[in-house]
Each structure stands twice: as C-alpha cells, then as structure tokens.
Design a protein around this ligand. Structure first.
Ligand SMILES: CC(C)(COP(=O)(O)OP(=O)(O)OC[C@H]1O[C@@H](n2cnc3c(N)ncnc32)[C@H](O)[C@@H]1OP(=O)(O)O)[C@@H](O)C(=O)NCCC(=O)NCCS
Length: 148
C-alpha cells in the first residue's frame, strides 16, 4: 500500500476563503473531535473565522484533519482557541505543528503574552512551553448554553 499523503498546514488570510468554502468539514471536525465546540452552526463558524486574527488548518489531501485559531490585539494579548486534531492523527506531532504555526502568525507573534484555556490537555501545552497561571482567575459570563 502507498504511503499516506503528507499533512499540509495552511495559514489563512483575513477571509479564510478555503475554510469558508468547507464549513461543513470544519463543523464535522469540531463535532467529532472536540467537546466544547460541538453543535456550532455554519453561520456561526463563518462569523468565528471573520473574527479571528489567526486561523490555521491542516489537510491530508482534501481532508481537513486539524484546526486552530487565535484572537489578538496585535501588541499585548493573544488567546488561542479551538485547537483540534482529528482522532486518527493525534499523537503524531500535528498538534505541536498547529500551535507553532498559530504562534508564528504575525498578529500572535507580536503579542507579549499568549493565553489559552484547556480542560483536558494542560500536559500538551506544557510540552509546548506554556505554564499554568495560578495568579489569575478564569472568569466567565455565560450567555448561551451551547457556547464552550
Ligand atoms: C490536544 C491535541 C490538540 C494534541 O494534539 P496531538 O497532535 O495529539 O499532539 P502532538 O502529537 O503534537 O503532541 C505534542 C507533545 O505533547 C504531548 N501530548 C499530547 N497530548 C497530550 C496530553 N493530553 N497530555 C500530555 N501530553 C500530551 C505528546 O506526547 C508530545 O510530547 P513530546 O513533545 O514529548 O513528543 C489533540 O489531542 C486533540 O485535538 N485533542 C482533542 C481536542 C482537545 O482537547 N484540544 C485541546 C483544546 S484546549
């Protein structure tokens, strides 16, 4: 059998057109491989892409196998969101590549601090140089039950 196609990362521009055309694939990736981002509607995903300052996706051929995004003010603070690797591709370094690509995006690279929230994967982010912050509290205003 031939080797599987290599996985390519795409750093999207402001319009994230390739993903905007494939919102169903993004929806399926989040539905099947995350718990906090299940049930998001395509119009919400389009708004999410428009509102993100950095968007990275991973493709094996035509198949979307990974995703991550970040918001940033371009100077002081950036936050990583929705880093997801499809189950069958986990544990092979793709999550590390996605986060490295997000950190290298100009809007994120200029920020003096990069934050993220994680429920199950602090060990993964520790391997990538992040540290837990015990000095700060995570505060949340819940507006919709469906939001993660
Ligand atoms: C968490 C996730 C993004 C990691 O991606 P991945 O491709 O499996 O991770 P990688 O193979 O790039 O792992 C990089 C390093 O982190 C380690 N690692 C990965 N997941 C880990 C975990 N849950 N706990 C501790 N270490 C972990 C790997 O062993 C590897 O270590 P190494 O540098 O010693 O080799 C992926 O498992 C995933 O999408 N999970 C479901 C969604 C999720 O929970 N996302 C996080 C949202 S905050």
């Amino acid at each position: 059998m031939s080797d599987p196609a290599p996985i390519r990362l795409i750093r999207h521009g402001r319009l994230a057109l390739r993903l905007r055309w494939r919102l169903g694939d993004l929806q399926a990736l989040l539905d099947h491989h995350s718990f906090w981002a299940r049930g998001r509607q395509r119009r919400q995903l389009a708004a999410m892409l428009r509102g993100s300052q950095a968007v990275v996706s991973a493709w094996q051929g035509q198949q979307l196998v990974g995703f991550g995004r970040a918001s940033s003010d371009g100077a002081f603070r950036a936050v990583l969101w929705d880093v997801v690797v499809a189950g069958e591709h986990q544990g092979q370094g793709l999550g590390r590549r996605l986060v490295a690509e997000l950190l290298a995006c100009p809007a994120v690279a200029k920020a003096e601090r990069v934050y993220l929230m994680t429920t199950n994967s602090p060990g993964f982010y520790c391997r990538l140089g992040f540290g837990a912050s015990h000095a700060q509290h995570l505060m949340v205003l819940h507006r919709q039950e469906s939001s993660g």
